[in-house]
Ligand binder design. Structure first.
Ligand SMILES: Nc1ncnc2c1ncn2[C@@H]1O[C@H](COP(=O)(O)OP(=O)(O)OP(=O)(O)O)[C@@H](O)[C@H]1O
Ligand SMILES: [Mg+2]
Length: 249
C-alpha cells in the first residue's frame, strides 16, 4: 500500500477497496474481554476493519494473538464486549442469540480445521443440512446439494459417510456445505491445518475458483501458501492490527 492510499483510507487498517466493490462486513472499534472468575483479560483491543465483496483475506499472527476470537465475532458465534459489527447493513452487536443464529444460517458459510461434518450423515445429507434449515424443500435441497457435490469434485462419493473419506475430501464436503445457502461471506479458520500439502493445495485451488467467481473469503491461517494465494493479508499481534495489505490484485 502506498503512503497516499494510507492517507486516503485512514491508516494501514483500511486498504483500498477493490474497485467498485461494496463493504459486506465492517467492525468498528471492537474489544473482547474474557472473564475467568474475577480475572478479566482483554484479547482484542479495539479493531476496525472493512471487508469488501469479493475480498480474499488471510488473517495471520502468532498463536494466542486473537485470530479465532476475531473470527468467532465475524461469524456471529460470539459478540464483542465493545464496538460494532455490521454484517451487510445489519448491526449484529445488539442482536439476541436467536437473531445471531438466524443470520449465521442465512448469510454465513463456515469451514473449520476439523471439518465438523455430521458423522451419521452421508456427504449429500451433510451438504443439505443448511438448506433444510433455510426452508428449502427436500427436492430443492437434493438438487442444490448434488450440484455442489459435483462442483467440489465429489459426485462419486455422495453416499459415503465422512469416515470413509480422506481429510481433503471431508474438507471439500465442508466447502460444499458452506456454499449451500450462497452466503454473503465464507469464513474459514485454519482450513488446511489438518491436511497434507497436496490436499491442502487442492483446497486452495478450490478457494481460487470461488474467489474468481466473486465469493468473499475470510480465512485465518498459519499457512504461508494460503496467505500468498489470498489477496489481502491482515497481521494481528497481541489483539491489535499490525498490518493490513493488499498483496495480489
Ligand atoms: N473462551 C475463552 N475464555 C478465556 N480466554 C480465552 C477464550 N478463548 C480464547 N481465550 C484467550 O484469548 C487469547 C486469544 O485466543 P485465540 O483463540 O483467539 O488465539 P488464536 O490467535 O486463534 O491462536 P491460535 O493460532 O493458537 O489458534 C488467548 O490468550 C486465549 O487463551
Ligand atoms: Mg485460533
Amino acid at each position: 500500500m502506498t503512503a497516499l492510499d494510507m492517507k486516503l483510507n485512514g491508516g494501514a487498517s483500511r486498504p483500498t477497496a477493490p474497485l467498485g466493490n461494496e463493504v459486506v462486513a465492517s467492525v468498528e472499534g471492537i474489544r473482547k474481554t474474557y472473564y475467568m472468575g474475577s480475572l478479566a483479560v482483554e484479547v482484542l483491543h479495539g479493531i476496525s476493519l472493512d471487508f469488501y465483496s469479493g475480498d480474499y483475506v488471510s488473517i495471520r499472527g502468532p498463536s494466542g494473538c486473537g485470530k479465532s476470537t476475531l473470527m468467532n465475532i465475524l461469524g456471529c458465534l460470539d459478540q464483542p464486549t465493545e464496538g460494532k459489527y455490521y454484517l451487510g447493513d445489519e448491526d449484529t452487536s445488539t442482536m439476541e442469540d436467536d437473531e445471531l443464529s438466524a443470520i449465521r444460517g442465512a448469510r454465513l458459510g463456515f469451514i473449520f480445521q476439523s471439518y465438523n461434518l455430521i458423522q451419521q450423515l452421508n456427504v449429500l445429507e451433510n451438504i443439505e443440512m443448511p438448506l433444510f434449515y433455510q426452508g428449502y424443500t427436500e427436492s430443492e435441497s437434493n438438487e442444490i446439494a448434488l450440484s455442489l457435490a459435483e462442483r467440489v469434485g465429489l459426485s462419486d462419493r455422495v453416499a459415503h459417510k465422512p469416515f470413509e473419506l480422506s481429510g481433503g475430501q471431508q474438507q471439500r464436503v465442508a466447502i460444499a456445505r458452506a456454499l449451500a445457502v450462497n452466503p454473503l461471506i465464507i469464513l474459514a479458520d485454519e482450513p488446511t491445518g489438518n491436511l497434507d500439502s497436496k490436499s491442502g493445495s487442492e483446497i486452495l485451488d478450490l478457494f481460487d475458483e470461488l474467489h474468481a467467481q466473486g465469493k468473499t473469503l475470510l480465512t485465518v491461517t498459519h499457512s504461508d501458501e494460503l496467505a500468498e494465494r489470498s489477496m489481502r493479508e491482515i497481521k494481528l499481534r497481541d489483539g491489535e492490527i499490525e498490518s493490513d495489505e493488499r498483496i495480489n490484485s
